[in-house]
Design a protein around this ligand. Structure first.
Ligand SMILES: NC(=O)C1=CN([C@@H]2O[C@H](COP(=O)(O)OP(=O)(O)OC[C@H]3O[C@@H](n4cnc5c(N)ncnc54)[C@H](O)[C@@H]3O)[C@@H](O)[C@H]2O)C=CC1
Ligand SMILES: C[C@]12CC(=O)[C@H]3[C@@H](CCC4=CC(=O)CC[C@@]43C)[C@@H]1CC[C@@H]2C(=O)C=O
Length: 255
């Protein structure tokens, strides 16, 4: 059960990550909120309560992520759950024929570095700390939840980098679950559809309404709390492993 579980949530200062930190803390879990030093992580942690500690982390940095997992161990004694929410996006066509310019390689690399390599960095270092936990009756020592996107499956125009970064997260879910199975660590990925977070709030209201109408049911943007609910369900269901779960109201993104 989630009560007393020690968790690490990356991207915890905003959107889906923040809602996850709030839910976990409300349910009695202890949380290391990891986000960029430029984020509102410190205020968010203070607002949520004493069982949340902010650690400034860039998920692409080995040193930062080591510090975050060690903080969980030193302050709370262990690490039971790691949730990867940190992510970034870009919207650029592979080649802009009007301007005669190609997608910048730096932009493609940045999205892959944060979304794919950052996620893997958190997984591998969290696994090391979870692996020394005393196993429960089922032999379980920890749970890792990643965040992909429905763009991993139905990538739209301009999403080559973003879709590739998220498809890689989907692709590594099963092999990592297999790698970590010997230590009793489960790994699942959530593929959200369209959620009402700052990432989407950047879009004009008209576009958001149009996007919401494209969702079969319920015809609205997802609430971050609904994502957080699924994180808890994955943590509490011992058979959930190696799987990517779409949470999207049956949305299939158009080109
Ligand atoms: N909002 C949506 O509709 C969807 C979001 N997603 C994914 O869900 C995840 C969370 O997205 P939102 O909450 O909407 O975005 P958001 O922009 O509200 O939050 C993302 C958080 O990640 C942090 N972050 C970015 N780069 C980081 C880095 N290098 N190291 C540490 N933290 C970093 C940001 O500071 C921010 O607090 C992302 O991976 C996103 O791609 C997937 C599908 C849909
Ligand atoms: C996150 C997602 C895909 C995107 O890349 C865009 C985002 C809405 C706001 C955006 C505006 C931009 O100019 C850059 C792209 C993006 C960040 C989209 C909301 C949901 C999309 C997603 O992941 C769906 O699964």
């Amino acid at each position: 059960m989630i009560k007393n579980a020690v968790s690490l949530v990356t991207g915890g200062a905003s959107g889906l990550g923040r809602a996850t930190v709030e839910r976990l803390a409300r349910q009695g879990a202890r949380v290391v909120l990891a986000d960029l030093s430029s984020s509102k992580g410190s205020e968010v942690a203070r607002e949520i309560g004493d069982n949340v500690i902010f650690v400034p982390v860039d998920v692409t940095s080995e040193k930062d992520v080591q510090t975050a997992v060690q903080t969980a161990k030193e302050k709370f004694g262990r690490l039971d759950l790691a949730v990867n929410c940190a992510g970034t996006a870009t919207a650029v066509k592979t080649y802009n024929f009007n301007k005669d310019v190609a997608h910048r390689l730096e932009d493609f690399t940045r999205v892959i570095t944060v979304n794919t390599i950052g996620t893997f960095n958190v997984i591998r270092l969290s696994a090391g700390v979870m692996g020394i936990n005393e196993p429960n009756k089922d032999g379980q020592r920890g749970v890792i939840v990643n965040t992909a996107s429905v763009a991993a499956f139905d990538g739209q125009i301009g999403q080559a980098a973003y879709s590739a970064s998220k498809a890689a997260v989907v692709g590594m879910t099963l092999p990592i679950a297999r790698d970590l199975s010997t230590q009793g660590i489960r790994v699942c990925t959530i593929a959200p559809g369209l959620f009402n977070t700052p990432m989407l709030q950047a879009l004009p209201e008209k576009v958001r309404t149009f996007l919401a109408k494209s969702i079969p049911f319920p015809q609205r943007l997802g609430e971050p709390s609904e994502y957080a609910h699924l994180v808890q369900a994955i943590y509490e269901n011992p058979l959930m492993n190696g799987e990517t779960i779409r949470i999207d109201g049956a949305l299939r993104m158009q080109p």
